[in-house]
Design a protein around this ligand. Sequence first.
Ligand code: DGL
Length: 272
Amino acid sequence: MDLSHKLRPNQPIGIFDSGIGGLTVANALAKRLPEEQLIYFGDTAHLPYGDKSGDAIRYYSLKITKFLLEQEAKMIVVACNSASTAASRVLLEFFPDQAHFVNVVDPLVEAVVARNFKSVGIIATKATIHSGVYQRQLKQLQPDLEVFGLATPLLVPMIEEGYSESRISQPIIDNYLSDPGFANIDALLLACTHYPLVRKEIEAYFDGRVEVFDSTEVATEAAYNCLKENHLLSSRLEAPHQFYVSDHTPSFEATTRLFYGEEINLKHFPLW
Ligand code: DGL
């Protein structure tokens, strides 16, 4: 899409998620593209998206994207898997020619298909698995690929409560991964913002037999490539990153450190 007449390199990148999990992607973007200003919106008022209907997620995503475009975002990164699967298409339909869009599904699907595996597993929220989007996109690009998806809804609250690498997390992870659908997979997709935080435990379960993928790096690379191709890479950080949440509690502040890896200032923005 040629938007060169409308967009300038010094405009910010807008990024959103259902809450603070998308900060894993924001942090990767901030490290890979240190000259880019980020405007993050975490919809903590509606968290979790993983249990919501597609219609609800589309409605929230449209309103947040409108807000980020009003902040002059040149690119919208949909960091949430549940929002990427439910709303990617509708966002392009509602906001054609206004900004570049990057979601977390397409780059992950492309990275996996490039490796020509025989059988892959997906773990994600209920919304992501039941949308069937990952399964469809993988099969479209590689029809002979066997795909098995499993909703693993206990993982998000478990990780947010800080129970990674603990006596509680390993049995829950083992229980999900021992599903017979994963018996012969070559690769596993962690299709949720939170799961990179338990990646080590997941890898340990498979003991090197299964290659594990998450969206963070591939989505960051997709954002970089898109900006580069469109001559929209900023050469200098012109303003500090902004982190907005639609509801604010002290516990969100604490969880933030878990996901971003450093202290940030969350600002309450009552969008609803
Ligand atoms: N960010 C969501 C996702 O990646 C996980 C948390 C939620 O359910 O809202 O699907």
